[in-house]
Design a protein around this ligand. Structure first.
Ligand SMILES: C[S@@+](CC[C@H](N)C(=O)[O-])C[C@H]1O[C@@H](n2cnc3c(N)ncnc32)[C@H](O)[C@@H]1O
Length: 227
């Protein structure tokens, strides 16, 4: 190889190396900025309470679920996921989920659309069915597998038990089924009556007793994780 060619080769290699280093550092900076711009679930959910307190969600103002959800939702945040909520009221929390998760297909069931925010209709990834969640046609309506199911319906112990028995088959492996607002009076009953179905279907139970936070008798979450 001629001396000039050799110098050219060395210079090109150095330039290439510098270019690669530049790309690498830029990617890191972009990534850091992206992480910084990601708001926590607590921050996001609060927005959907304060926008319109009458029609907002009760997940962090009335209850204390935000910090637990922060932890439970994190592994799903940047994945493509599906999520079902039974009991929507205004559906403001669906907007919070949409904002928090990077790529989420949301499904919701409520017995009435009386309080639903009309703007939910503008979201392609939000699918709502109006029907009684205890009825077979409602249970089978979406017929999908979900990463996360939140049961926030009537809060009656018998419905909490029945819903788990009806909807647990729709939880993906590695997914979670959450029962909100379990009344302390029925906590043991709900846990006991669900336990066989949970065990037979490979769920592990985590109980989050948050009653002390806001001095509420029903600030209890039952979280069933599917192995
Ligand atoms: C506490 S609110 C839901 C709040 C909402 N998930 C949030 O975090 O803002 C309970 C909802 O459950 C609905 N509900 C009660 N019984 C039901 C049933 N059998 N089937 C479907 N929805 C039901 C009510 O209409 C009400 O909108």
């Amino acid at each position: 190889m001629k001396k000039n060619n050799k110098i050219l080769l060395i210079l090109t290699s150095i330039l290439l190396l510098l270019l690669l280093l530049l790309i690498f550092f830029r990617m890191n900076i972009v990534n850091e900025n992206f992480q910084d711009s990601q708001k926590s679930f607590s921050e996001i959910i609060k927005k959907y309470e304060s926008v319109n307190s009458q029609f907002g969600t009760d997940k962090s103002a009335t209850h204390s679920y935000d910090t637990i959800y922060e932890k439970l939702f994190l592994p799903f945040r940047n994945k493509k996921i599906t999520m079902l909520e039974i009991g929507l009221f205004s559906g403001a929390d669906l907007l919070a989920f949409d904002e928090y998760f990077k790529d989420v297909e949301l499904y919701g069931i409520d017995i009435t659309d009386k309080y639903l925010m009309p703007e939910l209709k503008n979201y392609d990834n939000i699918n709502i069915f109006i029907g009684d969640a205890t009825k077979e046609n409602t249970v089978n309506h979406f017929n999908k597998l979900y990463d996360i199911i939140i049961e926030d319906g009537s809060h009656l112990a018998e419905h909490q038990i029945q819903h788990f028995k009806d909807y647990n088959k729709y939880v993906k492996q590695g997914g979670i089924y959450i029962i909100e607002d379990v009344d302390e009076k029925y906590l043991e009953k709900v846990k006991m009556e669900i336990s066989k179905t949970a065990m037979d279907n490979n769920f592990i139970l985590e109980v989050y007793d948050l009653r002390k936070n806001k001095n509420r008798y029903d600030d209890i979450l039952l979280v069933y994780k599917k192995k």
